[in-house]
Structures are given as C-alpha cells and as structure tokens.
Design a protein around this ligand. Structure first.
Ligand code: GDP
Ligand code: MG
Length: 701
C-alpha cells in the first residue's frame, strides 16, 4: 500500500463568504482549534482524507485583503509566506464577486498555487449572474470550482482541483496584475535596488511583491528593510508617482487591482438583471456596449485627429514663418549673390532639414495631449477593451491597439508605447508593424501627391484609401509574423478597466511632454546629423563651373544634384526602380526620405529644379512661381497618376526612417530586429508597389 500523500491547504476568503462552512464540509468532525502564535486569533485546523491524500486544512482569518493594517490580514499573509501551503483556496462569495476578487488579486500577486471556490453560487444564480467560468479561470490563471457550502455541493470537484493544483507544484503565473506604465517603471527600478541590497528578503518574498508592498507603504515589510538605498529608492519613486497621480501610490495600485477585476468580470460575467450602479459602471454600460462601443470609439478618435490638425494648423503656420524668417536672416549674413558652402549648409541643410521636421511639433504635441487625456481618464483602456475582440482574431492583444494609434502621429513614441504589452511576442509583433501606420511625416507626402494627381472630389477618398492600405497590410503582417517568427498561443489577458478618473493637467502634460521630447530629440540629434550628411551627399562632388554657365539657378541646382553622390546613387538604383514606375529623381528623393519622410518632398523639389521657395509651397499649390512651375505642376507633367499613387504606396510601406530604426533597436535591444524591420518592410514595399504598378499599367493600357 502506498503511503498517503500529505498536502497542506489554507482557506482564505472574505468574512461571511462561507469559509467555515466549506471547512466543515471538507473536514467533518476532524478538527482542532488553537490559536495563531502570539495572538488570540482562533486557528482551526482539520483533516480530510480523499483518494490517497491526507489533506491538512487551515482556516485562515476572514479578510478583505492582505495588507498590514489589521492583525487578521497579517496573520493570513504570514501563514502563506512562512508555512508555504501547497495550495491556497480562496473562498469567493460569487454573489458579490467584484469585491471578493480583490483578495484573489493579492493572492495572485503573491504567486501562490491558487484554487478559487465560487461559493454561494446558488445566491449568485438567484441574482441573475451568469459566469463564463472557463474563460474567467483562464484570465485569473487559477481553477474555479462552483460550490454551495451549506448544501455540500461541489465537494469532490473542489478536492479534485486542490489535488491537481498541488501536483502541478509552484509554477510562474502567465500574467499578473499590471500597475500601468509609470508605476511599473518605478516597480522595476525598486526591484533592482532590492535585489542588490536585500538578498534575504528578496529570496523569501520575491522582488516584485516586495516592491509593490514598499510602494504601498506596507509598515510590516518596511520595518524588515535595513538598506537605506532601498528606502531612498522607494521614497523617490513614491514622490515621483505622487507628482504624476496627485494621489498616494497605494490608492492608485488598489485602483489598478479593481480595474483588473472589473475587466475580467466584464468579459466573463453577464447579468440577466440590471444590478450595476456606480458611475463608472454606468458610463461603461454605454461606452463598451456591444453595438454602441465601436461607433463611439471611432467618433472620438476622429474628433481627436480632427481637432489635432485643425488647432495645430495655427502654430504650424507660425513655425513655418519663423523658419522662413530664420533661413532668410541667416542667408543675409553673406553678401548677396555669394555662393558660400557654409551658408548653403546652414540654410538648406540645417534649417531646412530640422525646421521641416520641427514645424510638425505642435501637431504632434496636440495629438499626444489628446491621447494622454484619453489614457488618463481611463477611456483608452475601454478602447483597448473594445478592440480586444477584433485584435484577438488577428492574434494580438487589445492593448496593441494603443501604440498603433500613436503610430499615426509618429512611430518613435509609438514603439516606446508598446511597453504596455507585457508579452514579448505581442510587443515585438506590434513594434514590427507600427511603421505601417501613416505617420505625420508621410502625411506631408500624401498632401503633395494627392492634389497633383487626383481630381478634387477624390482627395478625401484617396487619403482614406492610403491609410486603410497601411492598416490592412499591418493586419496581414501581424498574421504572418504570428504564424512564423512569433509563433505561439496568445494567452488570454485580463483587459483591465480601471475606474474613470478626472485626469490631472499635470499628469497629462507630463505624458505629452515625455513623448514630445522623444520627437524633439529625434529632430535635434538624428535628423540634424542626417540632414548634414544628406546635404554633403547632395552638394559634392561639384560639377565644373563651365557646365553651369548659362543655366538658370534652378537648372544649375539640378545639374549639381545630378553630379552629386545622391544623384549618382539615385541613377544607380534607377534600373531597380523602373518596374515600379520610378525614375532616378524619385529614387534620389526616396534615399533622402530614409532620414525622415518629410525630406522626400524637399528632395523632389530640388531634383525637379523647383526654386526652394516654391518647393515649400505644398499647401498653396497654385501660387505662381517666379516664371517657373510649382512642384505639383512639374510632377503632373512628368508622371502619370499611377506613378503618383505608387510613390505614396512605396513611401507608406518602405524603409522606416532612421529614428524609427534606432527606436526599434533600443526597444528590442537588438540590431537584428531593427534590420529585420527595415529590410522586411522595404521588400514588402517593393513587392506591393511592383504588383500595383504592373497590374495598373496593364489595365490602363
Ligand atoms: P465565514 O465567515 O466565511 O466563515 O462564513 P460562514 O461559513 O460562517 O458562512 C456564513 C453564512 O453563509 C452561514 O449562514 C452559512 O450557512 C451561509 N452559507 C455558506 N455557504 C453558502 C452557500 O453556498 N449558499 C448559501 N445560500 N449560504 C451559504
Ligand atoms: Mg468563519
């Protein structure tokens, strides 16, 4: 005969959830009542024999959480940490589920082998609550058993679940209760300091849990910490977070736990009778409504983009004027008619390059402001919730949607924004396709091409189509990536629904600024450097003076460019670009666009020998150039509308700009992924444009 296998099980649960009833149901008369060491809190232990197991059950004090505020909660949590029971059973009052699951989130945070008993399931049924137990169990990463304690229902199912969990042993959970980007960043920082300075505590409690408790100002854990570094780190993190949230970190973290629960319940519990009351729930009833949710979301996003561009036009105009003035002022430092390289470098290279990018800053800041507003108020979580069902179909998490949305502004902060995805596969897949979202810089290219080649009434639809093509391609790429390099199951995640909050201006501005700063830095460093390199490549080697004699300034500029490194490169790749309908001039501009997509427009102006003053006239196309033609007229004269469309298509898909490549490298911590993205997208662009051009040429004869 086998020896009985012994396991220890702790019963946790809110007061009145039916813990004692379940305890009695399992142990019958085999009970022993004592006290927890040092305190007069009753400790009941009992024995239960089942199959070939001898199960020792311990009835923990009833608690709502596992803080250090009350003796009961401390006892419960110390028992779990010190005695390491094989399984913790959380008795949940299923008729009052959201409140009861709070304790469960804390047990999940402690990473204990957990079984959930949904007790009072008879009462829950009377209340009209319908559970999708399987899905909820996947989301919480713990088996769930329905019980009716006072009727003895669910006993064997509960015991089977206990044994299965005990046999499985301690495994790492697939997911955890996330605390949001800012808090997660601080937690990660604290974890590092804790791991370095408090080895014993880190071994016993785990760094993550310690970091959470320290941020929550848990007095019991704080008293155990000796290292001043740790205390200092916690203090500075906590000050930082207070500045952002205007609230104690522990309150924000508790809000996150409720958000986690709320999200999990929204997805898995249906109520046949109306019983939700809080303001948050009432807003959610409309905002994430099955039919209304998506239209509301689309309208909000449309408004966000519309306002961004409408309001942004004014400061953009001022900045354009400012840079125009600056270029003129700098140029005037040299005597009229002189041909100084330094002047050209400063005016055309530096001011033209960096200024061309900086004029979009107001637009981008506004977009980030709106996005931060949506995020901080809690709406973005709802947007992710709505998108989750759709995103799941293509193998991603609803949250991936947020960085993609930011991608319509600029890929650089968008790739950074992908940090909200905890799962590496999801995060990398998202990062890879973000450049397919038409960013603000690509928008300038569309604004040049569309009016040149499409009749008025087609402007809107053409723009819409090109954005849509990006999205559709992104979906196809995600599918492909998930089938190949990022193969693997998508684990179901809880879509958190944190309570709605009034966003603080300070926090919204911090968010806006952090992302805006990334953009500014890109302009100040990478784009500055590339602008200078491009300028050199465009200016040297110089043709001989005789070859320029008798030419207009514009024609001379064109000859110089043809003679330069870039012009030659453009010509060298011309054979490869022919099948796409591009000539060397477009090739030259495409090379320039690698620095920043905006550069495409100014490069194209130069190769077509359009005076620099008309080149900037992207908005007012009909403005008569001094005797010459505007860039749009030149384009119309030289290319077909099919080529025009192919230019947009290629610019949309190909070669993410250097700033994007740099950011991908930073966020994936690998050059291979950055290069994979760069060459993969370029190859895709080539293939798609090739097909469109060839098929298009056939059809159009
Ligand atoms: P504890 O505070 O968690 O130990 O809760 P108790 O075990 O003392 O139970 C509180 C009350 O709920 C008692 O009156 C039980 O009879 C009742 N109870 C326990 N389980 C159930 C159940 O599944 N359904 C119903 N309707 N009542 C239950
Ligand atoms: Mg009791």
């Amino acid at each position: 005969m086998d020896m009985a296998k012994r396991i220890t099980v702790a019963l946790a649960g809110n007061p009145n959830s039916g813990k004692t009833t379940i305890f009695n149901m399992l142990t019958g008369a085999r009970q022993h009542v004592g006290n927890y060491p040092g305190v007069t809190v009753e400790k009941k232990e009992g024995l239960c024999k089942y199959k070939d197991y001898e199960i020792t059950l311990v009835d923990l004090p009833g608690t709502y959480g596992l803080t250090a505020y009350s003796t009961e909660e401390l006892i419960a949590r110390n028992f779990i940490i010190d005695e390491q029971p094989d399984v913790v059973v959380d008795i949940v009052d299923a008729s009052n589920i959201e409140r009861n699951l709070y304790l469960a989130t804390q047990l999940i945070e402690m990473n204990v082998p957990l079984v959930l008993a949904f007790n009072m399931s008879d009462v829950a049924k009377q209340k009209g609550l319908l559970f999708d137990i399987e899905q909820l169990s996947r989301l919480l990463d713990a088996p769930i058993v329905r019980t009716v304690g006072n009727k003895g229902k669910g006993k064997t199912e509960l015991l089977d679940a206990i044994i299965a969990t005990a046999e499985q042993g301690k495994e790492h959970r697939a997911h955890r209760v996330g605390c949001g980007e800012e808090i997660e960043e601080e937690l990660a920082a604290i974890e590092v300091v804790v791991a370095d300075n408090e080895h014993e505590l880190a071994d016993k409690y785990g760094t993550r849990w310690l970091a959470v408790k320290l941020l929550e100002q848990d007095s019991d854990i704080a008293a155990k910490v000796h290292s001043q570094q740790v205390l200092d780190a916690v203090k500075s993190s906590s000050e930082h977070l207070k500045g952002i949230f205007a609230d104690e970190p522990e309150i924000v973290i508790a809000g996150r736990r409720y958000g986690f629960i709320s999200g999990a319940c929204q997805e898995t519990i249906e109520s046949t009778v109306e019983s939700r009351h809080s303001a948050s729930d009432m807003i959610d009833a409309i905002v994430i409504h099955r039919a209304l949710g998506l239209p509301i979301f689309l309208i909000l996003i449309y408004l966000a983009f519309f306002l961004t561009f409408k309001i942004g036009e004014y400061p953009m105009g001022w900045l354009e004027q400012f840079f125009g003035w600056l270029a003129g002022a700098v140029a005037n430092l040299w005597p009229a008619g002189s041909d100084s390289s330094l002047r050209s470098l400063l005016v055309d290279g530096v001011i033209g390059g960096v200024g061309g990018v900086l004029v979009f800053l107001p637009n981008i800041l506004l977009l980030f402001f709106v996005i931060a507003l949506l995020e901080d108020s809690g709406y973005m979580a709802r947007a992710a919730f709505i998108m989750d069902r759709i995103m799941h179909k293509i193998g991603l998490h609803g949250k991936s949607f947020i960085p993609m949305l930011i991608g319509f502004g600029c890929s650089v902060p968008a790739i950074m924004g992908a940090r909200i995805l905890e799962n590496r596969r999801n995060r990398f897949t998202t990062i890879m396709v973000i450049p397919l979202m038409s960013c603000g810089a690509k928008f300038t290219i569309y604004m040049l091409i569309i009016p040149a080649f499409f009749p008025d009434k087609w402007h809107g639809p053409a723009l819409w189509l090109i954005y849509l093509i990006g999205i559709v391609l992104a979906i196809i790429c995600i599918k492909l990536l998930r089938l190949t390099v990022f193969k693997g199951e998508t684990t179901p995640f809880v879509m958190e629904l944190p309570p709605y909050r009034m966003p603080t201006l300070r926090s919204v501005c911090i968010h806006m600024w952090q992302r805006g700063w990334m953009y500014l830095r890109k302009a100040g460093t990478i784009i500055l450097a590339i602008s200078i390199i491009l300028w050199v490549a465009m200016s040297y080697p110089k043709p001989s003076q005789d070859s320029l004699s008798g030419l207009s300034p514009e024609q001379a500029q064109q000859v110089r460019l043809e003679h330069s490194v870039i012009g030659r490169l453009g010509k060298a790749i011309e054979p490869a670009l022919k099948p796409l309908g591009f000539d060397w001039k477009i090739g030259t501009a495409l090379i320039g666009a690698t620095a920043a997509k905006e550069v495409f427009v100014s490069q194209l102006a130069i190769v077509h020998a359009v005076g620099s003053h008309e080149a900037g006239a992207v908005e007012g196309a009909d403005e008569p150039g001094g005797g010459g033609q505007t860039l749009r007229q030149k384009l119309q004269a030289n290319y077909t509308s099919l080529t025009g469309f192919c230019i947009m298509l290629f610019c949309l898909i190909a070669t993410p700009c250097v700033a994007t490549v740099a950011m991908t490298k930073q966020e994936t911590r690998s050059w291979s992924w950055a290069l994979f993205q760069f060459f993969g997208l370029t190859a895709l662009a080539y293939a798609v444009t090739f097909i469109v051009y060839q098929v298009g040429s056939l059809i159009m004869g």
